[in-house]
Design a protein around this ligand. Structure first.
Ligand code: NAD
Length: 269
């Protein structure tokens, strides 16, 4: 028996949203590294991400997205892979959330993913392209966190949108999956002013070596789902969180240590 597994993206056209920095940038650059032609959409005026085409667009302007999707399709000739990555977050209690913030979070994190997927997926069907849609969700789409009701709800919606579209697009060979990162080192946390104590505390609860993830940890999963190797996976999410959401309760902290009896100890012990 010969095993033929390919991660190569040569000849594929990919679109990645929110790719001027952070996770989106790593995904766009990883796709290019594996041979894809990549278009980036972001709101910033100057984008230094290595890409073939750049479209400046505020994705909160939902009504502009069907036309943008059609324009990108025409410019590239076709699209094989769409990554809905752009996302925003505000850290605020439920009674502080304004209608403006609620709507903006929903518009960028959820509405944009749908209204960009719609024109592109329709064209994939018409062109008989077994395309790939990848939505960057979050562990907050699976388990909630305090002071992020709008963000949690938007990512939970994105998880169910992923399943919904997987069902409708599956008959055409198009896969729709989500990536659910946990705590990944990007500038989003600087914007949120996350206290250092929270960062240190969070590390104690990450089973995999107590470290936050890196953007390339998420990009690697995106390459896998976008490649031929991921062709039989749809309607799923890949959780990239170093095991953070495996642990129901920090029981570990209250039990006698077992690691002291081991010959090889983790570096931080
Ligand atoms: N960093 C993490 O720990 C983490 C964890 C879980 C999920 N995520 C998700 O991953 C995605 C990327 O996060 P990140 O950490 O790289 O964030 P980031 O803030 O570093 O990057 C977000 C990118 O999206 C762009 N963007 C934001 N709003 C936009 C809009 N209205 N129109 C167009 N572009 C817009 C920004 O300009 C930026 O380039 C988001 O969907 C986020 O919710 C991140």
């Amino acid at each position: 028996m010969s095993v033929d597994i390919r991660f190569d993206l040569s000849g594929k056209n990919a679109v990645v949203t929110g790719a001027a920095r952070g996770i989106g940038r790593a995904i766009a650059e990883a796709f290019r590294h594996f041979g894809a032609t990549v278009a980036v959409i972001d709101r910033v005026e100057h984008c230094s991400t290595s890409c073939d085409r750049y479209y400046q667009q505020d994705l909160a302007e939902t009504a502009a997205l069907p036309e943008l999707g059609a324009r990108i399709w025409d410019d590239m000739g076709h699209v094989d892979i769409l990554v809905n990555n752009a996302g925003i977050d505000y850290s605020e209690w439920f009674n502080e959330i304004t209608l403006e913030h609620w709507r903006r979070v929903m518009a960028v994190n959820l509405d944009a993913a749908f209204f960009l997927t719609q024109p592109i997926a329709e064209r994939m069907i018409d062109a008989h392209i077994a395309g790939r849609i990848i939505n960057v969700s979050s562990t907050n789409g699976i388990v909630a966190e305090a002071a992020q009701a709008h963000y949690n709800a938007s990512k939970g919606g994105l998880e169910l949108l992923t399943q919904s579209l997987a069902i409708e697009l599956g008959p055409f060979g198009i896969t729709v999956n989500a990536l659910a990162p946990g705590l990944i080192e990007t500038e989003i946390y600087k914007d949120l002013n996350v206290p250092q104590e929270l960062i240190e505390y969070s590390k104690e609860h990450i089973p995999l070596q107590g470290r936050w993830g890196r953007v390339e940890d998420v990009a690697a999963a995106a390459v896998f789902l976008a490649s031929d190797a991921g062709h039989y996976i749809t309607g799923q999410h890949i959780v990239i969180d170093g095991g953070l959401t495996c642990d129901q309760f920090p029981r570990f902290k209250f039990l006698p240590p077992y690691r002291s009896r081991l010959k090889n100890k983790p570096a931080d012990d």
